[in-house]
Ligand binder design. Structure first.
Ligand SMILES: *[C@@H]1O[C@H](CO)[C@@H](O)[C@H](O)[C@H]1NC(C)=O
Ligand SMILES: *[C@@H]1O[C@H](CO)[C@@H](O)[C@H](O)[C@H]1NC(C)=O
Ligand SMILES: *[C@@H]1O[C@H](CO)[C@@H](O)[C@H](O)[C@H]1NC(C)=O
Length: 468
């Protein structure tokens, strides 16, 4: 990286550059794949990422790796370079760089093992620096340190949920005394956000056990069903809490934008958790996507091993035979569970599109955020739900078996089930289209998640062709 300008000599600027270089400069191409420049962007991004790692190592040389304890102020240490941002202490730059590189492994490289490795390194570094136990008043930097700490825990829980592995420190660990970040809004979003991630992880582990223990939803015993009910009421009370936030009186600032986003993240997480809780009971392990994405069942099973998060869509076309076994009717119990899935998938689609859509600012300019697709797996799960319901309901209408699904219809009256289902089918179609549009906005610059909307589009087109 000798050819790079010297002001880039911070691991953080390198990590930021690794992500930014993936974004096409031309705003016209917003929402379309990076195109022919993609290989060059990929190569340069990887060079930046490697250089960031190297500079992180050099920082460890400068700051040492001995734990510094809780009350230490970092101001008394010599700084080898000027800070990138006045509110961010230089010795935390390497930590934030690691977090960005973790996101880079997830979004761009689709490598969950490396994502976890980066996050765990960040966690160790953060704890060595005493970021988990920052007292109220240390130096001028407590808020940026709090944010660095809680962002680390956020990523730790995200990778743990994606891989269903235990995190190295739990949210409730008594060593953690650092307060949550504050945006000066009421209520503050971080506490509920972290609790929603914690609950999601519990649910993901519980359902994974359930799926490996019982071959079909029918064989799930009563005790596990009570556990599902318990999780469900917990989620619903957290959802009520997440609705207590009223956004409109917030100032139109970056901080307000961040607070709104964290509230939307909270809702997305709670809805994804509820989807995960009921997915197996509702849909068993019926595949709808051609390739394996995250933990969703796939028509084409890849060889086992260290699986990437997503497979790129090859030339294999879907055939009627691939999908035909999805056209079974759901059992009564599955219909009941699928109602929870339907509500959560629609709610997720709403908050996810709020996170990923361009913002109209007060001064008339359009802010086009390209948020990091941290909800890629959640979006795939919601798409899976919308598509499988679409497929099932179209089959029900075609075969005249509408009454079975009356529970899914808003305000059902005897005799009107077919009308209700037809309206619901249209809403599902509109929502899949909206989801696809959102994914195109959010995922198109990152190669690790780029194949996801393609597979949704494939499955949707196939259903379109069979339903008309
Ligand atoms: C979600 O984001 C949208 C768009 O930024 C915003 O209008 C809405 O208020 C947010 N939701 C919450 C609960 O803050
Ligand atoms: C992730 O990275 C590791 C280390 O480079 C590599 O061994 C592994 O195959 C990668 N996994 C995927 C799914 O790309
Ligand atoms: C999505 O679903 C909701 C709830 O059923 C519906 O009100 C809305 O019109 C649908 N379409 C879109 C594009 O959101």
């Amino acid at each position: 990286m000798d050819s790079l300008p010297s002001r880039f000599q911070s691991p953080l600027s390198m990590a930021v550059a690794a992500l930014l270089v993936l974004v096409p400069r031309d705003s016209v191409s917003y929402g379309s794949p990076a195109g022919s420049a993609a290989p060059a962007r990929r190569t340069v991004a990887q060079l930046y990422a490697q250089s960031a790692l190297q500079l992180i190592d050099e920082d460890i040389g400068v700051y040492g790796s001995t734990p510094s304890g809780c009350a230490s102020s970092h101001l008394d240490r010599p700084y080898p370079r000027s800070p990138l941002h006045r509110d961010l202490p230089v010795d935390i730059e390497g930590l934030i760089a690691l977090l960005l590189l973790s996101v880079y492994e997830y979004c761009q490289r689709g490598n969950l093992s490396k994502m976890r490795a980066r996050t765990n390194q960040a966690l160790l570094q953060a704890m060595d620096m005493g970021l988990h136990c920052i007292p109220e008043e240390v130096d001028g930097f407590q808020e940026s340190k709090r944010r660095a700490w809680w962002w680390t825990i956020h990523l730790l829980y995200l990778t743990s949920t994606l891989q269903i592995l235990p995190p190295h420190i739990l949210l409730g660990d008594s060593r953690i005394t650092t307060p949550y970040p504050s945006y000066h809004v009421s209520p503050e979003p971080w506490k509920l956000y972290m609790e929603s991630q914690d609950t999601y992880l519990d649910i993901a582990r519980f359902v994974k056990d359930l799926e490996s223990q019982y071959p079909s939803p029918e064989s799930v015993p009563l005790s596990s069903r009570h556990e599902i009910d318990r999780f469900d009421s917990k989620l619903r009370s957290m959802m009520t809490e997440s609705n207590s936030f009223v956004g409109p009186d917030l100032q139109d600032s970056i901080e307000a934008h961040a607070a709104r986003n964290i509230w939307n993240y909270t809702r997305s997480t709670l809805n994804s958790a509820r989807l995960r809780l009921y997915r197996f009971i509702a849909f068993s392990k019926r595949p709808i996507f051609l390739w394996r994405h995250c933990d969703l069942p796939a028509l084409n099973q890849p060889p086992s091993g260290d699986e990437p998060m997503t497979h790129s869509v090859g030339s294999t076309a879907l055939t009627t035979d691939d999908h035909i076994h999805n056209a079974e009717d759901l059992t009564n119990e599955a219909v009941h569970a699928s109602k929870a899935c339907l509500k959560s998938a629609l709610a997720f689609t709403r908050s996810f599109s709020a996170i990923c859509s361009p913002d109209n600012c007060a001064d008339g300019t359009i802010l086009r955020p390209r948020p990091l697709p941290s909800f890629a797996c959640c979006a795939m799960q919601a798409s899976y739900t919308l598509l499988i319901l679409l497929y099932t309901l179209e089959h029900a209408v075609a075969s005249g078996n509408c009454v079975r699904y009356r529970e899914l219809i808003y305000d059902p009256e005897p005799g009107t089930e077919r009308n209700g289902l037809e309206r619901l089918i249209q809403e599902l179609r509109d929502n899949v289209t909206r989801m696809l549009h959102t994914m195109d906005n959010c995922f198109s610059t990152f190669e690790g998640v780029m194949a996801m909307p393609e597979d949704v589009r494939n499955a949707f087109q196939y259903i379109g062709a069979s339903g008309e």
